[in-house]
Design a protein around this ligand. Structure first.
Ligand SMILES: Nc1ncnc2c1ncn2[C@@H]1O[C@H](COP(=O)(O)OP(=O)(O)OP(=O)(O)O)[C@@H](O)[C@H]1O
Ligand SMILES: Cc1ncc(C[n+]2csc(CCOP(=O)(O)O)c2C)c(N)n1
Ligand SMILES: [Mg+2]
Length: 297
C-alpha cells in the first residue's frame, strides 16, 4: 500500500499550492490569468491495470487520455487549445498514435509537445500523462465551490454506461463498450452551462463521491433523489452506477427557477450544511461504504 491515499496526498499538497490560479487544488483545473485571458490547465494520468485493461486497444487508451483531460476543461467552460503528452513506450505505439490523432482531430486540439521514455522493464505497468490547455470562455471560470442553498442540482446525462462497457470489455461479451473505451468530453455543454451555474464539475470518480466533493468545496450539503438520477445500466445496478465513475457527465448547481440552457436532469437540491455533505433520499449514505473511486484506498 502507498504511504498516503489520494485524498491525504492532495490535502498535503494544498499547503504548497498557494498561487491563486491553483484554486486551492479544489477544482477540475487551474485557472491562470494571462494576457487578459484565463488559461485553463489540467493534467491527468492513466495507468495500465488501473484505468485500462492490458488487453485493450491502445488507440482507445490514447483517445480516453485526451477525452478525460478535455472533460476537465469542459467542467471549467473552457475551449481546448492544445495538449502535451507524457508517453511511456510499449506495445502498439502506432495504434496509440492513431488514437491520439483521431481524438485531437475530432476535438480540434493541437499536439504541442511532451516527453517520451522507456519503461526500463517490460513488466512495469505503463503510465500515460497528458496536460491539456484551454482558454476560459466565461470568467470567472466556474468552480466547485459556488453552490448556494436552494440551488437545483442538475446532471447532464446518465451514469452507468462506462461501468457496463468496462464489464463488457473485461468479460469479452461483445456488449456495447464505447462509453468506457471512448468517452466524449462535454465541451459544448460545459461552455453553454458556464455562465449559468453556481458550481460545476465533471463526474469522473462516481456521482456520489464527486457530489460529496462539490458539497465540501461549497460548504453545503447536496441532497440527491436516488431515483431521479438517469441510468444507463440495468435498474438492479443503480447503486453501483452511482459509484463507479468514468461517465464524464457534468454535475452543476443552478439557482432555483433558472432553466439550464441545454437539456439536463434535475437530481436534487442544495441544502444547508449538516454533519454530512451528501444525503441520498434524505439519508446519509451508509457509513463505511465507498462512494466512488479513490486511488490508494
Ligand atoms: N499530484 C498532484 N499535484 C498537484 N495537484 C494535484 C495532484 N493531484 C491532484 N491534484 C489537484 O487536486 C485536485 C483534485 O484532483 P482530482 O484528480 O480529484 O481532480 P480531477 O482531475 O477533476 O479528477 P480526475 O483525476 O478523476 O479527472 C485538482 O485540482 C488537481 O489539479
Ligand atoms: C481496468 C479498469 N478498472 C477500473 C476502472 C474504473 N476506474 C479506474 S480509475 C477511475 C476514476 C477516474 O480515474 P482518475 O480519478 O484517476 O481520473 C475509474 C472509474 C477502469 N477505468 N479501468
Ligand atoms: Mg474532473
Amino acid at each position: 500500500m502507498p504511504s498516503f491515499d489520494e485524498r491525504t496526498f492532495i490535502a498535503a499538497l494544498r499547503g504548497i499550492a498557494n498561487h491563486p490560479a491553483a484554486r486551492g487544488l479544489g477544482d477540475d483545473a487551474a485557472a491562470l490569468e494571462f494576457g487578459g485571458e484565463t488559461l485553463i490547465l489540467t493534467h491527468d494520468v492513466m495507468v495500465e491495470g488501473v484505468h485500462y485493461l492490458a488487453s485493450q486497444d491502445m488507440a482507445d487508451v490514447a483517445w480516453k487520455l485526451v477525452a478525460t483531460n478535455l472533460s476537465d476543461l469542459a467542467a471549467m467552460g473552457a475551449q481546448p487549445m492544445g495538449v502535451l503528452l507524457g508517453h511511456m513506450l510499449g506495445r502498439d505505439d502506432a495504434a496509440f498514435i492513431e488514437g491520439l490523432r483521431q481524438a485531437l482531430t475530432v476535438f480540434g486540439v493541437a499536439l504541442l509537445g511532451g516527453d517520451t521514455v522507456g519503461s526500463g522493464n517490460e513488466n512495469t505497468p505503463r503510465a500515460h500523462g497528458l496536460t491539456a490547455i484551454g482558454r476560459a470562455t466565461h470568467t470567472p471560470a466556474p468552480s466547485r465551490s459556488g453552490a448556494q442553498i436552494g440551488d437545483i442540482i442538475w446532471l447532464s446525462g446518465p451514469v452507468g454506461a462506462a461501468m457496463m462497457g468496462f464489464e463488457a470489455v473485461r468479460d469479452a461479451t461483445g456488449e456495447p463498450s464505447g462509453a468506457f473505451r471512448r468517452p466524449v468530453p462535454l465541451l459544448d455543454e460545459g461552455r453553454a452551462l458556464a455562465p449559468h451555474v453556481t458550481a460545476m464539475m465533471d463526474v469522473s470518480d462516481g456521482l456520489l463521491l464527486d457530489a460529496t466533493r462539490l458539497a465540501e468545496a461549497s460548504g453545503v450539503t447536496l441532497s440527491l433523489d436516488r431515483m431521479a438520477v438517469p441510468l444507463s445500466a440495468p435498474e438492479a445496478r443503480r447503486d453501483d452506477a452511482l459509484r463507479w465513475g468514468d461517465d464524464y457527465q457534468l454535475l452543476v448547481t443552478i439557482p432555483r427557477g433558472v432553466e439550464p440552457p441545454i437539456p439536463m436532469h434535475a437530481i436534487g437540491t442544495v441544502v444547508a450544511a449538516s454533519d454530512v455533505p451528501l444525503l441520498l433520499d434524505g439519508q446519509p449514505p451508509a457509513l463505511g461504504t465507498s462512494l466512488g473511486y479513490e486511488h490508494g484506498t
